[in-house]
Design a protein around this ligand. Structure first.
Ligand code: ATP
Length: 235
């Protein structure tokens, strides 16, 4: 479904990704784990068109999108739910959700996805007219995911969805990721510092170290890999 091949990405003199290749197949949850600064966010940004690789290619649903405009990438169903939530603080919850669908024209589909998002996150339904900036951290994360769902993703890329959230909310967020994957048939590329939880919900995983993929495989295998355990699972 998504194929990143031999990506090299630079920020000025910083070589953030070095020959990185990653794939996500239909129906999969794939996780990317790695230390701070390893290049995880950069990898997602390269796929969504926010940064352009110097060399290498990005293919989505069989089409080369390496230089495709961002809006057109979103329209194809490759949607990025960025780190730090990036909701519109001065707009209401409802307005934020509606903005997620700004590239769509299928009114009935939009209405049904709106209901789906609110059923997934009942807390948002209770707060539709509240300005998004006054939501709690967990609620803002729910809104960011809800908004991403409103753009009808085929593949949802999530950057650190559990960052800074209380354990009970973290649990909720991971449950929702599995639900979206199973009910909506949305493939997920998940970047997480919480490697334990990420590997528990994922089918496959990659380990990124200073811009290079150093390990990859079924999530169950990575969870028992001694190097992964030592470096990322705190064992
Ligand atoms: P974290 O888990 O801390 O978010 P990450 O694995 O997502 O880290 P990236 O944010 O992709 O890492 O950053 C990879 C490298 O690129 C880092 O060395 C970072 O400092 C650098 N970098 C990222 N964005 C920029 C930018 N806009 N300008 C310059 N350097 C950048």
């Amino acid at each position: 479904m998504l194929k990143l091949e031999n990506l090299d990405v630079f920020y000025g003199a910083i070589h953030a990704l070095r020959g990185v290749s990653v794939t996500v197949d239909e129906g999969e949850i794939v996780t990317l784990i790695g230390a701070n600064g390893a290049g995880k966010s950069t990898l997602l940004r390269s796929a969504s068109g926010m940064v352009r690789p110097k060399t290498g290619s990005v293919t989505f649903l069989g089409e080369n999108i390496t230089r495709t405009p961002i809006a057109s990438i979103v329209s194809r169903g490759l949607v990025h739910c960025p780190e730090g939530r990036r909701i519109f603080a001065n707009m209401t919850v409802k307005e934020n959700l509606e903005l997620g669908a700004y590239l769509r024209k299928d009114k009935a589909g939009i209405a049904s996805d709106y209901e789906y998002a609110l059923n997934l996150f009942p807390r948002l339904r209770e707060r539709l007219t509240q300005s998004a900036g006054t939501l709690s951290g967990g609620e803002q994360q729910m809104l960011a995911i809800g908004r991403a769902l409103m753009s009808k993703p085929k593949l949802l890329m999530m950057d650190e969805p559990s960052l800074g959230l209380a354990p009970v909310i973290v649990q909720d967020i991971f449950r929702i990721i599995t639900t979206i994957n199973q009910e909506q048939k949305v493939a997920v590329l998940l970047v997480e510092q919480n490697a334990n939880k990420a590997l528990a919900v994922a089918h496959r995983g990659y380990v990124l170290e200073t811009g290079r993929i150093t390990l990859q495989g079924p999530a169950a295998e990575l969870r028992t890999n001694p190097e992964v355990k030592k470096a990322y699972l705190g064992e």
